[in-house]
Design a protein around this ligand. Structure first.
Ligand code: NAP
Ligand code: ZN
Length: 357
């Protein structure tokens, strides 16, 4: 490898868990034969980015360039690339590689790669040049075509970026548990994941109720396709809903009293956790055993399923509600996400990187 072929990238990084994000220049690996060089246009801000850079999920190695909801334009392709060409609009989500040989990878579940997990878009080992992988809050990325998604034409690109994580993370469990007509589905949390989950579950024909802590989000929940809403702080309303749901998808990002949600399930009902609060949730065995309930979890989908989700969303015209910001506002945006004050996903316009330095 010739080091002069390394690619200069400009971005924003956290240098420690407390000081917020600041400008950071670094190098990407040279474009390999199966790689694409992608100019990043938009990148969504996922709550996982915040958990990670604040070390809420445990200590991390810094600097960290977050970002795994990436939309960009292919600038250059390696000699053996077959599925993409310069000028194509592409997506990159949470993973940029995996072993591709284990049972999970072969089954299209690269997120569960049995060789120690996939290579995450940021914070994993960069096996080509050493160091860590750096994510999408940056001007460009070099990525293997096998982990690159095709973006159907005619889409609003900023509204599509959040589908690369929030979309796949909600589509996968709704599909896996066969959510559809005749079912009453609850979505806990109307944030980035939650509002896309509402649109998806509604499009699958389910009867959707949003369970929220925010009174000022109730109207939006109905606009996104919910038929009803439930304020979690309203004890009487919660009591009235005991035993009513076939499935509840829990996207809450901070610690919560999960037993009160398990009690809302019908017999055989399922509560599927996708939110990842940093503190443990405390489960009363009676809330699962008594109603023959299932407590399940789900992460993002594999690459094939993520492509299926993107094609489905294009067909159904499902996108994220977004607030597009320049990168210079990223720290302010983080504060607002943590307060639940986002309508409903911040997406960084990466062109704003040119405005400084
Ligand atoms: P977000 O935009 O901040 O939305 C989270 C929402 O959860 C908040 O807006 C709030 O909605 C609700 N909430 C927060 N604390 C709550 C509590 N104590 N009780 C009830 N509801 C609460 O975050 P996001 O980007 O959607 O991510 C949500 C969670 O999923 C994060 O923990 C993130 O790390 C995780 N995640 C997991 C995966 C995966 O692979 N499984 C992928 C992406 C993200 P209301 O205002 O409506 O109450
Ligand atoms: Zn994410």
């Amino acid at each position: 490898m010739n080091s002069s072929d390394m690619i200069l990238s400009k971005g924003y990084a956290a240098y420690d868990s407390k000081s917020g994000l600041k400008p950071f220049d670094f190098k990407r690996r040279p474009v390999g034969t199966k790689d694409l060089l992608v100019k990043i246009l938009y990148c969504g801000i996922c709550h996982s980015d915040i958990h990670t850079v604040r070390s809420e999920w445990g200590d991390r190695e810094f600097p960290i360039v977050p970002g795994h909801e990436i939309i960009g334009k292919v600038e250059r392709v390696g000699g053996d690339v077959t599925r993409f060409k310069a000028g194509d609009i592409v997506g990159i989500g949470c993973m940029v590689d995996s072993c591709r040989k284990c049972e999970s990878c072969k089954a299209g579940a690269e997120y569960a790669c049995e060789m120690g997990g996939p290579i995450w878009t940021y914070g994993s080992e960069e096996k080509h040049i050493g160091g860590k992988t750096y994510g999408g809050y940056s001007s460009n990325i070099v990525v293997d075509e096998a982990f690159t998604l095709k973006i159907p034409s005619g889409l609003d690109l900023a509204a599509t970026a959040p589908l690369l994580c929030a979309g796949t993370t909600t589509y996968t469990p709704l599909k896996y548990w066969k959510v559809g007509p005749g079912q009453k589905i609850g979505i806990i949390g109307l944030g980035g994941l939650g509002h896309i989950a509402v649109k998806l579950a509604h499009s699958f024909g389910a009867d959707v109720t949003v369970l929220t802590t925010s009174r000022d989000k109730l109207n939006d929940a109905l606009k996104f396709g919910a038929s009803s809403t439930l304020l979690i702080t309203d004890r009487k309303a919660m009591k009235d809903h005991v035993g009513k749901f076939d499935l509840i998808l829990d996207t809450a990002s901070s610690k919560h009293e999960i037993n009160s949600f398990l009690n809302l399930l019908k017999r055989d009902g399922k509560l599927v956790l996708v939110g990842l609060p940093s503190e443990p949730l405390s489960i009363n065995a009676f809330s699962i055993v008594s109603g023959h309930h299932v407590l399940a979890g789900s992460g993002l989908g594999g690459i094939k399923e993520t492509q299926e989700m993107l094609d489905y969303c294009a067909k159904k015209k499902i996108g994220s509600e977004v607030e597009v910001i320049p990168i210079q506002k990223v720290n302010e945006a983080y504060e607002r996400v943590v307060k639940g004050d986002v309508r409903y996903r911040f997406v960084i316009d990466m062109n704003s990187l040119n405005k400084e330095r």
